[in-house]
Design a binder for this molecule. Structure first.
Ligand code: HEC
Length: 107
């Protein structure tokens, strides 16, 4: 029940985070994180030729969880671990909200 009541607030927070997330996705951050769009695509559609998965339309929570794991040195590859670690937790939430807001690529 508690989680249900918090949901609208969470959604508001995610919507507000999208512009900050877009900035990082397209331009990287001040801490050396490369622009996600370079590999995952400007629309988050992914790039199978380099093994970068699509992120558009994925659940924000899932993306944050994956980034947290990689920042902690688990999962992903060495470069993604470095990128994830270069994002603050807030920035991970911002980029996740932005990717979640994009329409999932058509199969
Ligand atoms: C240099 C290319 C490159 C850049 C830049 C990059 N990624 Fe990735 N990313 C990858 C590749 C390749 C993988 C797949 C890693 C693996 O599991 O082997 C990946 C995996 C991920 C995953 C895990 C997805 C899953 O299904 O578990 C997330 C989340 C992610 N990237 C988010 C980001 C974000 C957010 C940024 C920008 C801050 C970013 N990536 C920048 C190449 C990149």
């Amino acid at each position: 029940m508690k989680a249900l009541r918090a949901a609208p607030l969470l959604l508001l927070g995610l919507a507000a985070a999208a512009p900050a997330g877009q900035q990082i996705v397209l331009h990287g951050n001040e801490n050396g994180a490369m622009p996600c769009a370079a590999c995952h695509g400007a629309q988050g559609q992914g790039n199978s030729s380099i093994g970068a998965p699509a992120l558009a339309g994925r659940q924000a929570d899932d993306i944050v969880a994956a980034l947290n794991l990689m920042a902690a040195g688990q999962g992903g590859n060495a470069l993604m671990r470095r990128i994830a670690a270069a994002l603050t937790l807030t920035q991970r939430q911002d980029v996740a909200a932005y990717f979640a807001s994009l329409p999932a690529a058509k199969p």
